[in-house]
Design a protein around this ligand. Structure first.
Ligand code: ADP
Ligand code: MG
Length: 325
């Protein structure tokens, strides 16, 4: 292992890789560090899918975000990881750190958090409460029949690449907030603060999709994880990326920047055999989810973004990296 010079900050993925490399294998751990969630096998006919994500005030949400929105988002981002595995959400724990005990804040937080708990039939079974700078950590547990989870490393050559919903709206909302200190557009605010975890669609994709990931760090970064884990490349059609009316009104360059590198979409990006396209469309319609074919899995490595005439567009990977300066 080459030591990283002290003046070069490690990015989030370097840190995770360091942790992963120090761990051994264990028989009841089907899939450890490296995907949207881990899979452990408590019983022969059921695998447990586990993920955890932290929201830090001022890093993952603007400081003025309403408590109810923070509660919603803290759970939504974890349920989104379970959705990306094709897992059924079952239980969650909540670790809450706040500078002071504030009853009104907590009630509002719970309004958002419990709304999703009820929608998805999960149980909040424990957690931890501490004093300190505001952050929220949720751990979510889901279940999946053995061998049916949707993993990042299972994409196959020739698969179509699909994405749910629209991309870039949360990034545009964040840009509004940075520019003006406000988010005036309700739709954009909802996309940033109240992402919809695609649970039903993730379940419906079991047996149809080969690989899946949720788009949390930006499409380029997350599709890049699928390509790398599956030892393939991806051809992505920039003008096929699904856009809301707000984004569609922007210049192609500005729009595609937000769609490719903006984060916080919490849409599912998945690969499926070309012959399953109509099945993908029909389960999406049944789940009331928009799906768009945005590219395909090719030989080689990396993401190749193609323009309208099939020309390769050169883009630097600007996906948000917590530990990069
Ligand atoms: P996601 O964006 O889907 O939430 P992350 O990029 O946060 O995924 O994490 C990628 C993988 O690394 C996951 O398997 C996660 O469980 C694992 N991971 C992240 N941080 C740590 C850590 N501190 N210790 C162990 N595993 C970690
Ligand atoms: Mg994820």
């Amino acid at each position: 292992m080459t030591p990283t010079p002290l003046n070069l900050p490690l990015c989030e993925f370097d840190l995770i890789d360091r942790i992963r490399r120090r761990l051994g294998a264990q028989a009841d751990v089907v899939l450890g560090i490296g995907d949207d969630a881990a899979i452990v096998q408590p019983l022969p006919d059921c695998q447990l899918v586990v993920c955890t994500d932290t929201l830090v005030k001022g890093v993952h949400y603007p400081p003025e975000t309403a408590a109810a929105d923070i509660g919603w988002k803290a759970l939504a981002v974890n349920l989104s990881d379970l959705a990306a595995m094709g897992a059924r959400p079952r239980w969650v724990t909540l670790a809450l750190t706040r500078p002071e005990a504030d009853e009104a804040w907590l009630e509002d937080f719970l309004d958002g958090f419990l709304a999703l708990v009820i929608t998805h039939g999960v149980a909040l079974v424990g957690g931890d409460t501490t004093r300190g700078p505001e952050s929220i950590t949720v751990t979510a547990f889901g279940s999946v029949p053995p061998e049916q989870a949707l993993r990042r490393d299972a994409a196959q050559l020739g698969d179509d690449l699909w994405v749910t919903g629209t991309l870039g709206d949360a990034a545009l909302a964040l840009q509004h907030w940075r520019d003006t200190g406000r988010i005036d557009n309700d739709l954009l605010a909802a996309q940033l603060n109240r992402p919809t975890p695609r649970i039903a669609f993730g379940l419906a994709l079991r047996g149809i999709a080969h690989a899946a990931i949720d788009v949390s760090d930006g499409l380029l970064a997350d599709a890049g994880h699928v390509a790398r884990a599956s030892s393939l490349g991806i051809e992505l059609h920039a003008d096929a990326l699904p856009a809301s009316d707000e984004l569609a009104a922007m210049s192609a360059l500005a729009r595609q920047g937000l769609q490719l590198a903006g984060g916080d979409d919490y849409e599912l990006c998945f690969s499926a055999p070309a012959e399953s396209a109509s099945q993908v469309q029909s389960v999406a319609a049944a789940c009331d989810v928009r799906v768009t074919r945005i590219g395909r899995l090719v030989g080689g490595s990396g993401i190749h973004v193609l323009g309208a005439d099939g020309e390769v567009i050169s883009l630097s990977d600007q996906a948000y990296r917590h530990f990069a300066s």
